[in-house]
Design a protein around this ligand. Structure first.
Ligand code: GDP
Ligand code: IMO
Ligand code: MG
Length: 430
């Protein structure tokens, strides 16, 4: 029995979905533990693309069980649409292979309204959220007025909570944000309708995981977002509202830390970011455009163009420390093909001093100059490589340098979006 956590080491979109789909062949259960449908995890199987926003990326393996833990914030409408889409593709979705935690917090229409009203009001200072109501839903959870999965079984409780919350929200919307109020009856009826469809899936996910562990099953925990979007450890306030780091698995799925064996960090071979916030290695030149176009760097959730830059190993080393990463998976190495030289940032220069961890102060971070190492690039196509010997020497040197600087072994190298475009060096389940 062995349990693995998959973590984004940068600002999200590292290719977690692809790696989770790949590793699912060795797992029995795949579990999401934080975030919501701000996530967009892309799987390409038999040439067909599927994007998972809420359902764990193991779902395409028909014999595996997927669980959505209490730490996730769930938009029931989005989940039902995602279930329908998958069913339409011939992927069976039923309560024997999908569970939702009773303790999960539900995203309500007023969370989306507040998310968007706040962003508009901020103008040029906006965070660039996905507008999916993620932050306001986590605010209500911490404010102890959230609506949970279990409330769908108790319509009187649901009614009372929505009524109470709407009084405050409608005051805010109309009096502060100059926006339209929301209608209680319409929301209540819609959620009662969705409750009927979702109830068979709602159960105690922590207990289900515990039972699986006792039966010796392998579990894969799928992180969403990335370490530097972490509410505590990210580039605050340009972050999401949950903890994508490995420690959050325990609270977000209801499992003890002694049950987590391998922490796999997903590292894109360069860096991207969607939305606003600092980005020391960002390239606002032709090379940035090259990475954006060749890597098809558009947000899987919002379709926004992703900002691109060189690989920043300061970020990756932070992620290693914060999640105790035991191996790294390098993705999108193929995108670097064709560049004359490739740079990687190994430290920051802050007013003449070399630093190796990202500072908390955004003012200090703005003064950090990336310290780069330059390496020769390669011209050969590598997207059909299946082992290290298939890669040109320059690509192998680039990978070896990452391994050397981070002092963490590489488990996977991905050279294309499809399952078989992969070099597997270590099977983390063994
Ligand atoms: P996630 O949010 O971490 O799951 O990543 P996304 O799905 O948002 O973004 C990663 C994108 O890169 C998707 O379009 C994937 O299909 C694609 N992708 C993943 N691995 C590779 C790779 O090795 N090479 C290329 N070219 N594309 C990849
Ligand atoms: P995956 O799981 C990339 C970013 C948003 C914004 C910030 C806050 O696909 O890697 P939010 O809606 O969460 O309040 O927005 O976080 N963001 C992501 N960026 N990938 C994601 O998920 C993201 N989820 C949120 O763009 O900057
Ligand atoms: Mg994504």
């Amino acid at each position: 029995m062995s349990n693995i956590v998959v973590i984004g080491t940068q600002w999200g979109d590292e290719g977690k979905g692809k790696v989770v789909d790949l590793l699912t062949s060795g797992a029995d259960l795949v579990v999401r533990y934080q975030g919501g449908n701000n996530a967009g995890h892309t799987l390409v199987v038999n040439g067909e693309q599927t994007i998972c926003h809420l359902i764990p990326s193991g779902i395409l393996h028909k014999d595996k069980i997927c669980l959505i833990g209490n730490g996730v914030v769930l938009d029931p409408q989005v989940l039902l649409e995602e279930m329908d889409k998958l069913t339409g593709k011939g992927i069976p979705i039923d309560p024997t292979r999908l569970s939702i935690s009773e303790r999960i917090h539900l995203i309500m229409p007023y969370h989306k309204a507040i998310d968007n009203a706040r962003e508009s009001a901020k103008g040029k200072d906006k965070i660039g959220t996905t507008g999916r109501g993620i932050g306001p839903c986590y605010e209500d959870k911490a404010g102890r007025r959230g609506i949970r999965g279990i409330d769908l079984f108790e319509p009187e409780m649901l009614k009372q909570k929505i009524e109470t919350n709407l009084k405050e929200i409608n005051f805010l919307l109309t009096q502060f944000f100059n926006a339209e109020p929301l209608d209680f009856q319409a929301i209540f009826e819609h959620y009662c309708e969705m409750a009927a469809k979702l109830k068979p899936y709602i159960r105690d996910v922590s207990v289900q995981i515990d039972q699986a562990i006792k039966q010796g099953k392998n579990i894969l925990f799928e992180g969403a977002q990335g370490t530097h979007l972490d509410i505590d450890h990210g580039t605050y306030p340009f972050v999401t509202s949950s903890n994508p780091i490995a420690g959050a698995v325990c609270a977000g799925a209801g499992v003890g830390p002694d049950k987590l064996h391998h922490m796999v960090g997903i590292v894109k071979a360069y860096t991207t970011r969607v939305g606003a916030g600092p980005f020391p290695t960002e390239l606002l030149d032709d090379i940035g455009d090259y990475l954006q176009e060749k890597g098809a760097e558009f947000g899987a959730t919002t379709g926004r163009r992703r900002r691109c830059g060189w690989l920043d190993l300061v970020l990756v080393k932070d992620a290693i420390r914060l999640s105790g990463l035991t191996s790294l998976s390098i993705t999108k190495l193929d995108v670097l093909t064709g560049l004359e030289t490739i740079k990687m940032c190994t430290a920051y220069d802050l007013n003449g001093e070399k630093i190796h961890a990202r500072p908390a102060s955004l003012n200090q971070l703005a003064q950090c100059m990336p310290v780069y190492e330059e390496m020769p690039g390669w011209k050969e196509e590598i997207s059909s490589a299946t082992n290290m010997e298939d890669l040109p020497k320059e690509a192998r040197d680039y990978l070896a340098r990452i391994e050397r600087i981070t002092e963490v072994p590489l488990s996977i190298v991905s050279v294309g979006p499809m399952r078989d475009q992969t070099i597997q060096l270590i099977d983390p389940f063994l």
